[in-house]
Every structure is written in C-alpha cells, then in structure tokens.
Design a protein around this ligand. Structure first.
Ligand code: CP
Length: 321
C-alpha cells in the first residue's frame, strides 16, 4: 500500500492522468479520446468481449451529489475493463458527520485505491481533490464548473450522427448559467470546430459567455429559440436545475419560449438530432413525444456512449490508449 506524503501543496496526482475539465484540454487529446471511445463502443454495450486492461486496479466512485447515469456508467466502464469498483455517497459515509470531500478522498486513497471518480456540488471540487492525492482523479461533475465526461459522450453521440463537427451549428438551450454540461460541451464544440449556439433567457445566460472558449469553432448567443431553430444541425436541451436555480426568477412561461415542444420540434430541419444529458424534466424543457422520438432523440444513445467515453477516460488515467 502506498503511503501518501503531502509536501508543499502542489498537485500530487499527475495532470496528464487526471481528467478535470475540457477547458485547456488540447484539441488533439480530445480527438484521441473520442476516437478511443468510439472504438470501445462495442465493448461498452456488451457486443464485444471485455478485456481486462485494468485487472487488479480499484476505482472509487465518490459521489457526494446524486447521480444515475454518471455513477452507474463509470461503474460499468471500470468493470468492462476488469477493474474493481467501490462506491461511496454522502449519505451513509462520514461526509454526513462533516468530513470534507478532500479528507474523504485522501482516506479512500490511503486504502490503496488506484483512481478516484468525483461528483460534488463544489465548483472546482475535483481539482481540489487532485491537488491532495497521488492517484488519478476524474471529474464526474463538480458544481457549476464542468462535467467533462458528459461532453465527451455528447460529442461522440453527435459525431456518430453528424460525422465531422467542423462548421456544424449545435444549439445548447436552457439554464446555461447553472450548467456544467453547457460549459464542458461548449469548450468541446469550439475545440472541434463547431459553432455552439447558446440559447436561453437573459437571466440564465451569463454575460460574456461568447468569450468562454478559444478554438477553431465559435460561440454565439441568442435569446430567441424560434429565430434559430430551423437553422441548426443539432439541439441539446438542458435540464432546468431546480436545485440550483432558486431565486433566479425562471418564468412560468419558460416552456413556451424555450421548451422543445412538439410544435417547435416541427420547425427543426428533418432529422435534426435532439440531445439531453438527463435527468429530463418532462413537459418543462422537452415534451414527452420529442424526448421519446425513436429516430431523432439521442437521449438513450448518449447514455450508451457514456460508458464508452468513461472507459476511454479510465484507460487514459492508467496510461493505456
Ligand atoms: N447527465 C448526468 O450527469 O446525469 P446524472 O446526474 O444522473 O449522472
């Protein structure tokens, strides 16, 4: 078992093996991860045999915020690669007695765990952990900061449908201000040469958001969904985050202006893919019939892509691929 000696407060874990954000990730590395994830898809969904690249490794999922897709897909991804997995939530752990995220992570690492997957409500929380442990740290969503594996899976799902994303216009619609998914996917789209068309009510789109990211692509902002809905190549609806948006004054007519209703969906170009990271507030940001559309809704294919994306990130964390 490793004995961790923290020395001078500088990051202990290797930044090259951490996966904390899309911002700052070189475009070539994003490309490699997407290609790796794509190659892993058959294994991710059980259509090809598993291979035990990570046999003997232990991955700890520390999820101090609720999750269905991310937690379970990280667990499946690790198991498909032959690793063992331990899961820890806020409820049932000593976090409920006031132990900090960093103390929790350091204690788990001291038990010999080989990688930590962190979900936290603290923006920048995964980075805090990475600065305090030696093993690789993967951000599974930290507050309003980033959700980098969600962006990977979103880009994979988009590329499977649209091919090369260069020059494509992808609308991201909803609660931009509170969304780590929007931040990560915006960075990814710009890195891949697409246009991120940011759409939402003024109160939910931070000023200067069009300067968020530098890359081959670009960011544009509009508050008029109907004005662009027929001119985009894909649309990503965001969940209205009721737990983060308290007091933001989200109008009761949000759905009428920004929901992907059945009527508005008819204004999309035929075949435009529809994404949503989940969990879905049905009847708020997206109508049932749109979310469940068998041809154009990518909501469940996104979830399948999530296993492959997380396999790719885990392999990178351990120096494979
Ligand atoms: N998309 C996403 O992060 O979903 P979960 O909160 O269920 O993990």
């Amino acid at each position: 078992m490793r004995l961790i000696q923290r020395t001078n407060g500088t990051p202990l874990s290797s930044p090259a093996r951490d996966f904390l954000a899309i911002e700052g990730l070189p475009a070539g590395e994003l490309r490699r991860l997407l290609d790796l994830a794509r190659s892993l898809l058959p294994r991710a969904v059980g259509d090809a045999p598993s291979a035990p690249e990570l046999a003997g490794k232990i991955v700890a999922n520390i999820f101090f915020e609720d999750s269905t897709r991310t937690r379970v897909s990280f667990e499946i991804a690790a198991k498909r690669l032959g690793a063992d997995v331990v899961n820890l939530g806020a409820s049932g752990s000593s976090a409920s007695k006031g132990e900090t995220l960093v103390d929790t992570a350091r204690n788990i690492e001291a038990m010999g765990v080989d990688a930590l997957v962190i979900r936290t409500s603290i923006s920048g929380g995964a980075g805090l952990v990475a600065g305090s442990v030696e093993c690789p740290v993967i951000n599974a969503g930290d507050g309003r900061h980033e959700h980098p594996t969600q962006a990977l899976l979103d880009m994979l799902a988009l590329e499977l449908r649209l091919g090369d994303l260069r020059g494509k216009r992808v609308a991201i619609v909803g609660d931009i201000a509170n969304s780590r998914v929007a931040r990560s996917s915006t960075h990814a789209l710009v890195a891949l040469g697409a246009e991120a068309v940011i759409v939402g009510p003024p109160a939910l789109v931070p000023e200067g958001y069009d300067q968020l990211s530098n890359g081959v692509g670009k960011i544009t902002i509009t508050h008029d969904l109907d004005g662009i809905v027929g001119e985009i190549d894909a649309i990503m609806m965001l969940r209205i985050q009721l737990e983060r948006a308290a007091g933001s004054g989200i109008a009761p007519d949000y759905r009428a202006s920004f929901g992907l209703t059945e009527a508005r969906r008819r204004k999309l170009r035929p075949g435009t893919p529809i994404l949503h990271p989940g969990p879905v507030n049905r009847g708020v940001e997206i109508d049932d019939a749109v979310a469940d559309d068998a041809n154009d809704s990518l909501i469940l294919p996104q979830v399948s892509c999530g296993v492959a994306a997380r396999m790719a990130v885990l392999l990178r964390a351990f120096g494979h691929g």
